[in-house]
Design a protein around this ligand. Structure first.
Ligand SMILES: [Zn+2]
Length: 406
């Protein structure tokens, strides 16, 4: 496994190029969004679509204002190439990262550039309390960044737990005692706006896919470490949800059947062996000082305490073994490691890498670039907003498709 800068995209075309007109429009839009401004010829090259088809698809997108033409470039004898770009003012979206006692929110334009942001602390963990906090954050954000009528696509919400994004249902959350909640509908009714909900690691993956290291790759994984351990899978350009949104529940893969009890009710989940709690517990089990927070273990480890250092290297090794399994299953060219646990990455990353190299099959480790990327909460919220943008834009493009077919 290498740890260099993000490599550039290799190979030609985009697998999304195959399929319906809607998929073609979507691939075209995302290509211009993530790599634009691009000429029609470069869009054709990047998407694998024919130049004639690109010209045909671009026409309604220009007409409806999703794309704009910039001043022509010179350089090509004969016909100048006109760069196509996204019109950032065409649409806006709100994105929220819902955490234990805090919401971080942003408003973004259609290029997912942050226009305003806000943090709100809240104590009421009831569903009513959560809904009120979501409403309050959204109101403050839109007060600070008024969006013209008809241009706000809606609100994207990312939160931890078993979230069935396509169905709009929160099945369970580690932070709240909310079970089987139709959260999308409840928030949408309360705000009077379209809403999408998504597992928070998935929103981070969308952020990476649209404006991060993942934009150069059709397939990649995001693994987050910290209190919880999560994973998101982007496969051939699509965020993979599985049958009910459980895809990527990496933290609850059982790696030690006789291991410690996990908050999910099972024993020996990766999260209970390599998450923050496990690191704190390892110090207590070894007779170390009574401490409660992983940051305290990190302080001890940085001061040279061998018990604290071992707690981190054991967690890193367990995580590395589990990541090797992911590499064997998916064989991704890129794995992005993120999450608040990276604050102490210097204490476990070498152990993690060694174990990945040792455990992965054949060339799976060598084939994969491991990027260590701490991300501020605002970027998770930005990913939630991008999830809403994608949903809203694809719905609009579907309308264009229907109009063209009718
Ligand atoms: Zn578990």
């Amino acid at each position: 496994m290498t740890t260099t800068e993000p490599p550039t995209r290799t190979g030609s075309g985009d697998p999304r190029a195959g399929g319906s007109r809607e998929h073609h429009l979507s691939a075209l839009f995302e290509t211009v969004l993530t790599r634009g401004p691009l000429s029609r010829r470069d869009v054709a090259r990047s998407t694998g679509l024919s130049p004639a088809l690109v010209t045909k698809l671009v026409r309604p997108m220009l007409h409806h204002g999703y794309l704009v033409e910039q001043d022509p470039e010179g350089g090509v004898p004969g016909r100048p190439q006109i760069p196509l770009a996204i019109d950032p003012d065409r649409h806006y979206a709100v994105g929220l990262k819902l955490m234990n006692s805090e919401i971080v929110g942003v408003v973004v334009d259609l290029q997912a550039q942050v226009q305003s942001s806000h943090r709100l602390k809240f104590d009421d963990h009831s569903l009513a309390g959560g809904l009120a906090a979501i409403e309050e954050t959204t109101r403050v954000l839109l007060d600070r960044c008024p969006v013209p009528d008809g241009r706000l696509l809606g609100v994207g919400i990312g939160l931890g737990g078993h979230v069935n994004g396509p169905a709009g249902v929160l099945h369970r959350s580690p932070f709240f005692d909310w079970r089987e909640v139709p959260l999308r509908q409840l928030v949408s009714e309360r705000l009077g706006l379209p809403v999408v909900i998504e597992n928070d690691v998935n929103t981070l993956a969308v952020a990476e896919q649209w404006f991060g290291a993942g934009s150069a790759f059709p397939s990649f994984l995001v693994v987050t470490v910290g209190t919880g351990i999560g994973c998101a899978l982007v496969l051939d350009g699509r965020l993979w949800h599985g049958a009910s949104g459980i895809a990527g529940e990496f933290g609850h893969v059982i790696v030690a059947p006789d291991g410690p009890e996990c908050h999910c009710g099972k024993r020996g989940c990766l999260e209970s062996v390599a998450g923050d709690e496990a690191i704190v517990r390892a110090v207590a089990d070894a007779g170390g000082p009574r401490i409660t927070r992983v940051s305290q273990v990190a302080t001890l480890a940085h001061a040279g305490d061998p018990v604290a250092r071992r707690a981190f290297t054991q967690a890193g090794a367990a995580l590395g073994r589990a990541i090797a399994t992911l590499l064997n299953l998916v064989n991704p060219p890129l794995l992005i490691l993120s999450g608040e646990g990276l604050a102490a990455s210097d204490l476990f990353i070498d152990a993690l890498r060694e174990e990945v190299e040792r455990s992965a099959f054949s060339t799976a480790a060598r084939d994969c670039t491991l990027l260590v990327r701490p991300q501020p909460d605002e970027n998770w919220a930005r990913g939630a907003a991008a999830t809403m943008l994608r949903h809203g834009v694809l719905s609009s493009l579907r309308t264009l498709t229907d109009a063209a077919a009718g």
